[in-house]
Write a new protein. Structure first.
Length: 248
């Protein structure tokens, strides 16, 4: 998929850490080959995982595959930390701890709903967990470009202190601590019914609802409705207009 000057490659149906890891290696190799042949202008590759991914196996790809290691430089691991819900998630989920421990740049988000003392306590905790990584901030999804690109922050020696078997242990475990589902609908959605549904979801599952997001086609609204939420917090923005349908 092409977005302006950017090429987006989506990998579905599996965990990027294992099931589609071969796809990741293959796609990186194809991009490098196209760049070498002059068919593609390539400056950087940004890999966006789900918010629940363990960063170690993804980063490991750039070191255990010789061809990828010779072609690409792993610049940095960037992770988002929710100021309101982060402390609880760090207590409950190993993946959240791994993301902070591996991060070269933690980006603190949603600082507005929390008081100064809670934010300071979280910053102190993140620093204790990862002393080498400066903490930056993202407001309303916007962060400084120098906090996301060309950081040159990934330090293999530092990672080996956290995970001594980083270069040798290729195993990756899954459990049912976290689950997810996807809802798709080709028909126009009724706004009132969508709001009633989401309200019910929040009331029943809010405290355990780690993340929800989607692109909605609402009846009477020209543009895409970009919806997202975390626990009890939900909101939406209007995106670009839908293109004419060209299906059969």
């Amino acid at each position: 998929m092409q977005e302006g000057n950017e090429q987006i490659v989506e990998m579905n149906n599996g965990c990027i850490c294992c099931t589609v890891r071969g796809d990741l290696v293959r796609i990186l190799g194809e991009l490098a080959a196209k760049r070498e042949a002059g068919a593609l202008q390539l400056n950087r590759v940004v890999i966006e995982t789900t918010g629940l991914a363990d960063p170690a196996p993804v980063a490991q790809t750039f070191f255990v595959d010789e061809a990828i290691g010779q072609t690409y430089l792993l610049d940095a691991v960037v992770t988002m930390v929710d100021a309101r819900h982060g402390p609880t998630k760090l207590d409950e989920h190993h993946e959240a701890q791994e993301q902070v421990g591996f991060a070269d740049r933690p980006l603190l988000t949603k600082t507005d709903p929390v008081d100064a003392s809670a934010e300071q306590a979280l910053r102190a905790r993140l620093t204790r967990m990862n002393l080498r990584a400066p903490i930056a901030e993202a407001r309303h999804g916007v962060a400084a470009i120098h906090d996301m690109l060309d950081i040159r922050g990934f330090n293999l020696d530092a990672i080996l202190e956290i995970e001594p078997a980083f270069l040798t242990d290729m195993t990756h475990e899954h459990d049912d601590d976290v689950t997810s589902f996807v809802f798709r609908e080709s028909r126009l959605l009724d706004l009132d019914r969508v709001e009633d549904f989401l309200s019910g979801i929040v009331q029943v599952y809010g405290p355990n609802l780690m993340r929800c997001k989607g692109v909605l086609n609402i009846q009477g609204v020209i543009g895409r409705v970009i919806f997202q939420g975390v626990h009890m917090l939900m909101g939406s923005d209007e995106g670009t207009a839908w293109k004419p349908w060209r299906g059969a």
